[in-house]
Design a protein around this ligand. Sequence first.
Ligand SMILES: Cc1ncc(COP(=O)(O)OP(=O)(O)O)c(N)n1
Ligand code: 3NM
Ligand code: MG
Length: 201
Amino acid sequence: MKLDPFYLIVDSAAWVERLVPLGVKLVQLRIKDASDEAIRAEIRRAKATCGAHGCQLIVNDYWQLAIEEGCDFVHLGQEDLADADLAAIRTAGLKLGLSTHDEAELETALAADPVYVALGPIYPTILKKMKWAPQGLERLSAWRERIGPLPLVAIGGLNPQRIEGVFAHGADSAAVVTDITLDADPEGRTREWIRKTDAWR
Ligand SMILES: Cc1ncc(COP(=O)(O)OP(=O)(O)O)c(N)n1
Ligand SMILES: Cc1nc(C(=O)O)sc1CCOP(=O)(O)O
Ligand SMILES: [Mg+2]
């Protein structure tokens, strides 16, 4: 499968409604610390917007709610994966994207047959505290070699100046949070990302 080269990650349906109509084709809804019912409502809203704009929605963490709400793509980290019912995810026909941060995690991820593997943090991130040092671009190339044709997502500290480097080192898609959501002009920054990733689309 081909992933859009620009992979937006946001923490609310309001962000999806604000940015997806600009031409975003791949978005992850990543909500932390909310009730299941609140997340269900957010998924519903985000799914409606994505459906109207031809954008692939990926639900982070909440695979059961994603199944119940008729979504078709989830992203899980390694801890999420350990707790998840992979058979139920498969039976529901969900595509699965997985996080990796080291070689052991990559082995675990590949055994779960994902449709993409994400590697991060490529650069330092301010979004969350991480136990891994920045991976750097050479590590991305190593992952490219290891996973063959499986799509590779780069994440962590990305900005428009770093886009070319991650694609030159084997990424198929660049995932981003704060470079857009903390920008003074998130719409303008989103348009810049769409424009700057066009060569890989
Ligand atoms: C595209 C992408 N890559 C990595 C992550 C991180 O997932 P995880 O390790 O489960 O951490 P949380 O995002 O759940 O805090 C991601 N969400 N998306
Ligand atoms: C959510 C997340 N996961 C990562 C990983 O390495 O698995 S890095 C990260 C944060 C990405 O945010 P920003 O683009 O603001 O750096
Ligand atoms: Mg997770």
